[in-house]
Design a binder for this molecule. Structure first.
Ligand SMILES: NC(=O)c1ccc[n+]([C@@H]2O[C@H](COP(=O)([O-])OP(=O)(O)OC[C@H]3O[C@@H](n4cnc5c(N)ncnc54)[C@H](OP(=O)(O)O)[C@@H]3O)[C@@H](O)[C@H]2O)c1
Length: 178
């Protein structure tokens, strides 16, 4: 099923539509850079330097709502400019200037007025968001580094590749849930 079909044919269990066709939650877009071996992180950081990917990430997410785990926020250390920053944490005392704090992914989706949210990791948050994801914007990084944090497994057969931009050492890939 495509996103367009989804909007046209409300389903009872998909969580995005009401019986009248109204949208109840935003479109969920996962944005991630994933190595060939599934690694996305090591020691709280990303185990490669790809300035082109950072530029791509900025282009894809600017102007949107980005949702991230508290660990990923800490690794960046500040809100990302020109985006609404939402941080997920279970710690009721946690705050940071310039971010919206939520206690769950569900709260992040319910509390935003945005039409779509960009889920930008890390692994725990990708894991929680994968079942709800409508689109994945992946940078396939053609390396197999050591790492301690992995992108969640997903069934490629459930996803249609709508665009691929090959580059030297990495591809930008867009996947849409069938
Ligand atoms: N390659 C990429 O594209 C990419 C993107 C992002 C991050 N990363 C890397 O991924 C690593 C971090 O990932 P991670 O999995 O360790 O951490 P994370 O997902 O960024 O953050 C985990 C924290 O978020 C909160 N959290 C997660 N799920 C929650 C839920 N369902 N409800 C409430 N709170 C929730 C908890 O915070 P509290 O402990 O405060 O309760 C948890 O400890 C780093 O190495 C980072 O560099 C890579």
């Amino acid at each position: 099923m495509t996103v367009a079909d989804d909007a046209a044919t409300p389903g009872p269990d998909d969580g995005r539509t009401t019986p009248s066709g109204g949208t109840t939650r935003p479109r969920v877009v996962l944005v991630a850079a994933v190595a060939d071996n599934g690694v996305i992180g090591r020691g709280g950081d990303i185990p490669w330097r790809l300035p082109e990917d950072l530029r791509h990430f900025r282009e894809v997410t600017t102007g949107h709502t980005v949702v991230m785990g508290r660990v990923t926020f800490d690794s960046i250390g500040r809100p990302l400019p020109n985006r609404t920053n939402v941080v997920v944490t279970r710690d009721p005392a946690w705050t940071a200037e310039g971010v919206t704090v939520v206690r769950s992914l569900e709260e992040a989706l319910a509390s935003t007025g945005a039409e779509q949210v960009m889920v930008m990791g890390g692994a725990q948050v990708y894991e929680a968001a994968m079942p709800l994801a409508d689109v994945q914007v992946l940078t396939e990084v053609h390396q197999s580094p050591d790492g301690d944090t992995f992108y969640p497994a997903f069934d490629r057969a459930e996803w249609r590749e709508t665009r691929r931009e090959p580059h030297n050492g990495y591809d930008f890939v867009w996947l849409e849930r069938r």
